[in-house]
Every structure is written in structure tokens, then in C-alpha cells.
Design a protein around this ligand. Structure first.
Ligand code: SAM
Length: 405
């Protein structure tokens, strides 16, 4: 090619051939990310979903080899996962030159195809190369150098459907394609939120961890209803990703026909796993505004059967639900603001008294900043405690049980 002459971009057929060859090289090295502390819940989901054995666990996620169908399925079905990253490069990068050369060896055309833009999310730790414009420009130059001769000219952008995670640790760089796109806690449903809504992925972790075969599920501090939404979807076998799109749908290697088949099979399989008979779901909150948000979120379609009422959890009477085996799920007030901690502790103490007063057996799955109050309660038997990073806050997920009096 003469300088200044622009190559023709590859034809549809040529791109399909190249990406098809790459797809046949499955399985791909992937990392399923989760909120730190929720690894146990993710492990259960991966096992229950028939995903391949995890190669390595680290705080915040699991490395495993997924085939093309499982990359799509993981995004669609995993309730606790935050992102599914597909590793496309891993190399030493102690200098900008090393970074440039190695980034240029990655077959970007397989992922970007004829896309106009892509986004880079760069993090760096214990390394000479720092996250910032310098690294971003080096990567963008290397991508452009590789793709120009192929007639492809994508430009880096702040936001784009095709997003790549660049992680530099100890002078080693890992480049991953974010197959999820937006974080998976965004379920694709517009929601009304009140104070301190919990992330859907964490709410799912609570519901999953506790759920066995309960006939009644109550959230006495329901706020905008996130825990109830997740519990309702779980027991009904509705897939968390059913209402949204994913980053992989924009990749050059995407095959819409295979995706439709993965969705069809996963939807059928989840429906088979639905709890039968369905438990009764009940939400309460002392604040009318919070309850209005919950009513909005739980008023339609799939969730219209959830009972909601104003109520004070410190006066809760679990016996009135006449449960054989009930489950209380709750994100109890944290009291993180000055002067509210004592109030939050008093509320939790009184609420635990009400749980302990139940005459039938109840399981509890709570998110709390006061786990010691649950552990120290003589009528409650604690099963698990996990500290979870929830936004900027560390909360503890506690599961406990009371056998009834
Ligand atoms: C941390 S928020 C729960 C947020 C909820 N999980 C969500 O995602 O929106 C705690 C909720 O407890 C409610 N609350 C505080 N004290 C209460 C009490 N004594 N009885 C019932 N609800 C209470 C608050 O109004 C607030 O909505």
C-alpha cells in the first residue's frame, strides 16, 4: 500500500471467516467479577449453573475457561456477577515501548470489527506505568497501527459499547474485553430508588445464600424493594439479564443466531428450576416514601404479587404469616451518619427480639453494619458471616436461624 492510500475495510464475509476461526479456538480465558465478599455465592451459582471448574479464585472474582455459549450465558444467568471479562492479552509492560509492541500484537479486529469507537478503562498498581493519558495514548496508537492496514479506523472514546479493561499490576498488563458492557447489577429495568438502595447483585447474593424452600419471604426494611425483586426473580426462575443488552452483542465475533439459542435454552432451564409452590413475598417499611418507591418497583407484571404495607420492624409479628419455614431478608439501617449509629443498633436489637419471638422456624439473611448483635443473640444460631464491599461501605452478610419457641 502506498503511503496515504486507505486500505479497504474487510468485507462481511472476510470478517465472518476471521472471527469464525477465532471462535473455534474456544474455550477462552475469562474472569467473572463479583463484589468482594460474594465469592461464595458466585461459586454456588457457577456450580449450580453447570459452568466449568474455576481455575483460580481471587478476592473479587474467578478465572475460568468459557466457551462462546457460556460467555453469553454467564452474562445472562449469573445473579451475583458484576462483569464477565474475556482476556485477550497478557504480557510484560514495564515501559511504554513494551506496552506499544505487545498491544499491537492483539487481534483487535476480531473484537472491534468495523466499530467506530471503543473505550479503555485503565487501572495500574505497583507498576512503572501509571493509569492515565500516557498509557491510554500508547494503547490507542498501537491499536491504530495494527488496524490501519486492514482499513479499520476506530477511535478511543470516553463511552462506547465496546469496552476494554486494561489492568497493569507489577509491570504486567492484562487486556480484557468487557463482554457485559454496563455492570450486570443494572438489570435493565428503570427503578425508583430511595435512600441507601442496595446493589441488585448484592441483594441477589443475600437471597441466593439464604434461599432453600421457604413458604414465606419477608423484608421488614424493604426500602425501594431491591431484595424482594431479586428474591421474586430467583424463586420464579426469571433470568437477571432478560431485560438488557450486553457488550458482546456489539463484538465483531457476535453471532445473533447462537445468542437466541443460548437465551432460549437458559430461559427454559431457569423456569424448570422455579420454586413450586411459589412462596408468599411480603415487604414492609416504616417510611411512606420508601414504600411508595417499592410500590412503584413492585407494582407491575412479574412482581405484582408482592404484598407491601407500612410497618415498623421493631413491632414485627412473624407468627401472623403462619409460615412452615419462613425467610427474613433485610438490608437493615446502617446508621452511617453521625448520631444515627446508636439508633440503628437499637432498631436492630428490637427487630432481632421480634424474630426470636416467632413460634415457628425462620431463617434470616441480613446485611448489617452491626453483625455482632446477631452473633451475640442467644436465640439465634449464626450460620455464615461474610464481609462485603458495597459501594464505599463494608457491610456484613449474616445468615442465621431461629428454631421457634
Ligand atoms: C438500608 S435501607 C434498605 C434499602 C433497601 N434494601 C433498598 O434497596 O432500597 C433501610 C430501610 O429501613 C427503613 N426503616 C428504618 N427503620 C425502620 C423500622 N423500624 N421499621 C421498618 N423499616 C425501617 C428505612 O425507611 C429504609 O427504607
Amino acid at each position: 500500500m502506498v503511503d496515504g492510500e486507505r486500505a479497504n475495510p474487510p468485507s462481511d464475509k472476510a470478517l465472518e471467516r476471521r472471527t469464525g476461526r477465532w471462535l473455534r479456538s474456544e474455550p477462552f480465558e475469562c474472569f467473572v467479577q463479583v463484589a468482594p465478599g460474594l465469592e461464595g455465592a458466585l461459586a454456588e451459582e457457577l456450580r449450580g449453573g453447570g459452568f466449568p471448574t474455576v481455575v483460580a479464585w481471587e478476592r473479587g472474582g474467578a478465572s475460568l475457561a468459557l466457551d462462546h455459549a457460556d460467555v453469553m450465558r454467564a452474562n445472562l444467568v449469573l445473579r451475583t456477577a458484576s462483569r464477565v471479562l474475556l482476556r485477550i492479552g497478557s504480557f510484560a509492560a514495564a515501559t511504554p515501548e513494551m506496552l506499544f509492541d505487545n498491544v499491537g500484537r492483539i487481534p483487535w479486529e476480531l473484537h472491534l470489527g468495523r466499530s467506530d469507537t471503543y473505550a479503555l478503562r485503565i487501572t495500574s498498581r505497583s507498576s512503572k506505568l501509571q493509569a492515565g493519558d500516557g498509557v491510554a495514548n500508547t494503547i490507542a496508537r498501537a491499536v491504530a497501527k495494527r488496524l490501519r492496514p486492514l482499513g479499520l479506523h476506530p477511535a478511543p472514546a470516553e463511552h462506547a459499547t465496546l469496552e476494554f479493561a486494561i489492568r497493569i499490576v507489577d509491570d504486567r498488563c492484562t487486556v480484557s474485553f468487557n463482554t457485559s458492557g454496563e455492570h450486570l447489577h443494572r438489570r435493565g429495568v428503570r427503578r425508583h430508588v430511595n435512600d441507601a438502595p442496595v446493589r441488585e447483585t448484592i441483594a441477589a447474593g443475600v437471597a441466593l445464600h439464604a434461599f432453600r424452600a421457604h413458604d414465606v419471604i419477608v423484608d421488614p426494611f424493604c426500602g425501594s424493594g431491591t431484595l424482594l425483586l431479586e428474591a421474586a426473580d430467583l424463586v420464579a426462575g426469571r433470568l437477571p439479564g432478560r431485560g438488557r443488552s450486553f457488550g458482546f452483542e456489539s463484538a465483531a465475533w457476535h453471532r445473533p443466531g447462537r445468542w437466541r439459542e443460548v437465551r432460549r435454552l437458559a430461559t427454559a432451564r431457569a423456569a424448570e428450576a422455579a420454586a413450586a409452590p411459589a412462596p408468599r413475598l411480603v415487604g414492609m417499611d416504616v417510611d411512606p416514601e420508601a414504600l411508595a418507591a417499592a410500590r412503584h418497583n413492585l407494582s407491575e407484571g412479574d412482581h405484582a404479587h408482592v404484598d407491601l404495607a407500612l410497618g415498623d420492624a421493631t413491632a414485627l409479628d412473624l407468627d401472623r404469616f403462619a409460615a412452615q419455614r419462613g425467610l427474613v431478608v433485610a438490608n437493615v439501617p446502617y446508621g452511617v451518619r453521625l448520631g444515627e449509629r446508636a439508633d440503628a443498633a437499637t432498631t436492630l436489637r428490637r427487630f432481632l427480639e421480634r424474630c426470636a419471638a416467632a413460634t415457628s422456624p425462620w431463617d434470616l439473611a441480613l446485611l448489617t453494619t452491626h453483625p455482632h448483635l446477631v452473633r451475640e443473640h442467644e436465640a439465634l444460631e449464626v450460620e455464615h458471616m461474610r464481609t462485603i464491599a458495597s459501594g464505599g461501605l463494608r457491610v456484613t452478610m449474616v445468615t442465621a436461624r431461629t428454631e421457634g419457641s
